[in-house]
Design a protein around this ligand. Structure first.
Ligand SMILES: [Mg+2]
Length: 220
């Protein structure tokens, strides 16, 4: 499974990148795309059709988070599942986001939306509309640990006899660009092995922070 960035180039050029990735990885590989709200709804629909023709399984943040009617228009026009929510706050924001018909996959960021307990409430709202929740994770090793704990505790949605990653089982984003606050901050960094990352088993979030790294990046 791989997620790629779109939205920095014209749709035609991103379309060529999408086709190249699909050709390189083959038809069986699960692909997702993230636009980081780079489009208007009409441009997002054009890009979404490109992603659909390449068999993508998720189109993240096609339009700005505040453009809920745009989200709904994009979702209604496309078959590829729409995801978003990393810039949304608390159960109240997600209530309106979900009820607005914006997304198929709800993506609360634990460090933004109000914490682990608030994610649980947001998951309850999402399941009431038979929507999937995949917590958004970006940033530090501490955030990644929190995301791993939450993801590992979420039930299959919808409930099924078999877990199918992305289809009913949450997955976690494991960014591969260098980030010292993720890769160096923890005494024991996370390791990706065969597509899986172990959930820490220590007390609390299960990670130990390297205070020398904190001092190195301290700004005040
Ligand atoms: Mg994103």
């Amino acid at each position: 499974m791989l997620k790629m960035k779109v939205g920095l180039l014209p749709v035609r050029e991103d379309g060529a990148r999408v086709a190249a990735v699909r050709e390189a990885l083959g038809d069986g590989f699960q692909l997702l795309a993230d636009a980081n709200h780079a489009y208007t709804s009409s441009t997002a629909i054009a890009m979404g059709r490109v992603l659909e023709s390449a068999g993508f399984e998720c189109f993240e943040e096609p339009v700005p988070p505040e453009d809920r009617s745009g989200y709904a228009r994009v979702r209604a026009a496309l078959d590829v599942p729409i995801s978003g929510g990393e810039a949304e706050y608390t159960r109240y924001g997600f209530r309106d986001f979900i009820n607005g018909g914006c997304v198929d996959i709800v993506q609360p960021d634990i460090c933004v939306c109000g914490g682990i307990s608030e994610v649980q409430r947001i998951v309850a709202l999402a399941t009431a509309q038979n929507l999937r929740t995949i917590p958004h994770v970006w940033g530090s090793g501490i955030a990644l640990s929190a995301g791993l704990h939450v993801c590992s505790a979420l039930p299959l949605a919808p409930h099924a006899h078999r877990a199918v990653p992305l289809q009913n089982e949450p997955v976690i984003e494991f960014d591969r660009t260098h980030n010292p606050l993720r890769d160096d901050l923890l005494v024991q960094p996370f390791v990706l092995q065969d597509g899986y990352v172990n959930v820490p088993t220590g007390p609390g979030l299960g990670v130990e922070v390297n205070m020398e790294v904190v001092e190195r990046y301290r700004v005040a």
